[in-house]
Design a protein around this ligand. Structure first.
Ligand SMILES: Cc1ncc(C[n+]2csc(CCOP(=O)(O)OP(=O)(O)O)c2C)c(N)n1
Ligand SMILES: [Mg+2]
Length: 340
């Protein structure tokens, strides 16, 4: 049965003051990078950006639960804060946005579709849920190789759980008891499709029952609660206990991407109704109440983050596109150039 986890009264879950302030900084970093993407797009400097405003609590908590150097992250396109949280350089975010030659994919990937082998981060797929079988395949490999101290963290949105590949992946992982955690970032929308047009159940986590795995709901605007739930689920996976489906409730405050006009399918009033779920002011309040940060400390942290984002924006923008003659480099195996 799915078990609901309430956001408890403040309980630091073994996290130090520095780790708690790190979480807040990660949330500022995500929001600042998000806004930078939208600004650069509106200035005509980059073709496309995604926004993850509202998902920051999930990303900060998940990033701390992830065991760097051991676990594998198989993220989706809305996971900028999670990718930066496990160690991706913000410069790489901007290089991807600007499609510069120095980008990890050489400027060839869709913007915001990062990968980073050294951090254990698989490439992001635009095709929703297409990455779930890949994540399960990696978890299967860990099992076959008896690498018992490693787990896979696979993330996706609520809409992705309607895809056949999602169901096949969860079923296979459950039957094989694979070391994987499925993290659904339920932001109530799949572009213009609201949750109640996507599924006839209230909670995504109910789907866990159909596959015989544990399902846990967590308040995605509380990074400490997310950390606790994911830490337990990843430990269960690493120790041979099989998969867990975690549903982190949140809300998408920005349009789906810079290409989307959300005024055509939802009202401003609805967005305001969800404002109480905004993880950033909520977590600021918690840390101030607990004496872990001061109002001045908050301003300092925001300023420092803005300085980093300004710096990486300038550096990325100043770099060149990949040279035209390298169009096919690392795209096709060997020297094969299909249209020459
Ligand atoms: C297989 C497939 N169908 C449709 C699309 C178009 N599409 C891109 S994102 C998206 C919505 C996904 O919603 P959700 O999984 O809830 O993630 P969110 O964007 O809300 O974080 C859709 C339908 C796609 N990329 N791939
Ligand atoms: Mg969604």
């Amino acid at each position: 049965m799915a078990k609901a986890v309430e956001s408890p009264a403040f309980e630091r879950q073994g996290l130090s003051d520095d780790q708690l302030r790190w979480m807040l900084r990660n949330m500022y970093m995500q929001r600042t990078l998000d806004n930078r993407g939208f600004q650069l797009n509106r200035q005509g400097k980059i073709p496309f950006a995604t926004g993850s405003e509202g998902h920051e609590g999930i990303h900060a908590g998940a990033a701390l639960a992830f065991a760097r150097g051991k676990d594998l992250l198989v993220p989706y396109y809305r996971d900028m804060g999670l990718c930066v949280g496990i160690g991706m350089d913000p410069l790489d975010v901007l290089l991807s946005m600007f499609a510069r030659g120095a980008d990890i994919s050489g400027g060839r990937q869709f913007p915001n579709h990062y990968s980073n082998k050294s951090l254990g981060m698989m490439s992001i797929s635009s095709i929703i849920a297409a990455h779930c079988p890949h994540a399960v395949g990696a978890a299967y490999a860990y099992k076959l190789r008896k690498q018992t101290d490693r787990a896979v963290l696979c993330t996706f949105g609520d809409g992705s759980t309607s895809e056949g590949e999602w169901h096949e992946s969860v079923n296979f992982a459950a039957v094989q008891k694979l070391p994987i955690v499925f993290l659904c970032e339920n932001n109530e929308w799949a572009i213009s499709t609201p949750r109640d047009r996507q599924m006839a159940i209230k909670d995504v986590v109910q789907k866990a029952d159909g596959y015989g795995i544990p399902g846990v709901i967590v308040d995605g605007s509380d990074p400490i609660a997310v950390y606790r739930v994911l830490k337990d689920a990843l430990e269960l996976a690493r120790s041979g206990g099989g998969p867990t489906l975690v549903e982190a409730k949140c809300y998408r405050f920005l349009a789906h991407t810079t290409d989307d006009d959300d005024r055509t399918y939802r009202t401003k009033e609805e967005i305001e109704r969800y404002r109480h779920l905004d993880p950033v002011p909520r977590f600021e309040r918690v840390l101030i109440e607990q004496g872990i940060i001061t109002a001045a400390g908050i301003e300092e942290s925001k300023k420092e983050v803005l300085g980093v984002v300004n710096d990486v924006t300038d550096r990325a923008e100043a770099l060149p596109y990949p040279p035209a003659e390298e169009l096919y480099t690392n795209v096709y195996e060997g020297t094969h150039e299909p249209w020459l």
